[in-house]
Design a protein around this ligand. Structure first.
Ligand SMILES: NC(=O)c1ccc[n+]([C@@H]2O[C@H](COP(=O)([O-])OP(=O)(O)OC[C@H]3O[C@@H](n4cnc5c(N)ncnc54)[C@H](OP(=O)(O)O)[C@@H]3O)[C@@H](O)[C@H]2O)c1
Length: 264
């Protein structure tokens, strides 16, 4: 089935659509004729994106919500239940935190879990009645390579993504009898404002401003995985190599990370 055959007229919620990977996914899905509901906090950016995609995707709309706030998540669910139709969700909204384990605060830990994990749980469960009615319902989670190999200075972020991928893996089997497909995607470093937007009290070990895959490339992989209903998707070969390396020689990966982070 082609992208357009699969997506034309499909009503799909995309969280974190205001910039970066989410905005690229929205453009890619809109070109296939999907009807999108774009969610993020930045209203101006969502408005601009909506006018950009409206020729390809006339029924699309945006809704603002802060997904760290359980009441915003609940309001979003109620609003969508009232509308009464949904075929898919791309859980993309997320943020990072580069603070050391000693510096990361309890508040930051809980806030990051609210956004990267709990909002996905609550949205998916709240929207189940709609998804169950759709003949081609799909839930796609944008996880990260760090779900497979956690990295220093990102312990909390890595934990949120590991939780997300474990959730998606189990959900895939739980929801299979309802005909709902669950796809998990693991991007590696991607050129977005992720690093700039991540909380950090100083040194940031990685930069996503100018290094990594383009968001368009990641969006193309997400589109392909969504259309095919793949169980999961890596974006680059080097990411796969890291995972194999970590599987076979975890101590070597530990050693090279210790060297990289020594004294930082
Ligand atoms: N870039 C990378 O290297 C990379 C690698 C692996 C995985 N990922 C994952 O890919 C996803 C997208 O990241 P990105 O690189 O595109 O980062 P980004 O450019 O910072 O975009 C993050 C998106 O999430 C939204 N968001 C952040 N906090 C939110 C909140 N409290 N409520 C609602 N929406 C919120 C942002 O919109 P507003 O600020 O307008 O709310 C924005 O649309 C994330 O889940 C990230 O973990 C990224």
């Amino acid at each position: 089935m082609s992208g357009a055959e699969c997506l034309r007229g499909q009503r799909i919620l995309i969280t974190g659509a205001s910039m970066g990977i989410g905005a690229a996914v929205a453009r890619a899905f809109a070109r296939q004729g999907a009807e999108l509901l774009l969610v993020a906090r930045s209203e101006e950016k969502l408005k601009n994106l909506l006018s950009e995609i409206s020729a390809d995707s006339p029924g699309s709309a945006y809704l603002t919500a802060d997904l760290t706030q359980p009441e915003d998540v609940e309001n979003l669910v109620q609003r969508l239940l009232l509308e009464g139709r949904l075929d898919g969700v791309v859980h993309n909204a997320g943020a990072g935190n580069y603070n050391t384990f000693a510096a990361v605060s309890e508040h930051e830990l809980r806030e990051l879990f609210e956004l990267n994990f709990f909002s996905v749980f609550t949205l998916t469960r709240g929207l189940l009645p709609l998804l169950k009615r759709s003949p081609r319902a799909t839930v796609l989670t944008v996880s990260s390579i760090v779900a497979w190999r956690a990295i220093p200075r990102m312990s909390v972020y890595s934990a949120t993504k590991a939780a997300l991928s474990a959730f998606a893996e189990s959900l895939r089997i739980d929801l299979a009898p309802d005909g709902i497909r669950v796809v998990d995607v693991y991007p590696g470093r991607t050129r977005t404002d992720f690093t700039a937007n991540a909380k950090s009290e100083g040194w940031k070990p990685f930069s996503t401003e100018s290094e990594g895959a383009t968001p368009e490339r990641v969006a193309a992989r997400i589109l392909r995985a969504y259309v095919k209903g793949k169980r999961d998707e890596f974006v680059s070969f080097s990411n796969r190599l890291l995972i194999w390396g970590n599987f076979l020689f975890p101590s070597v990966i530990d050693w090279s990370m210790k060297r990289y982070f020594r004294g930082k």
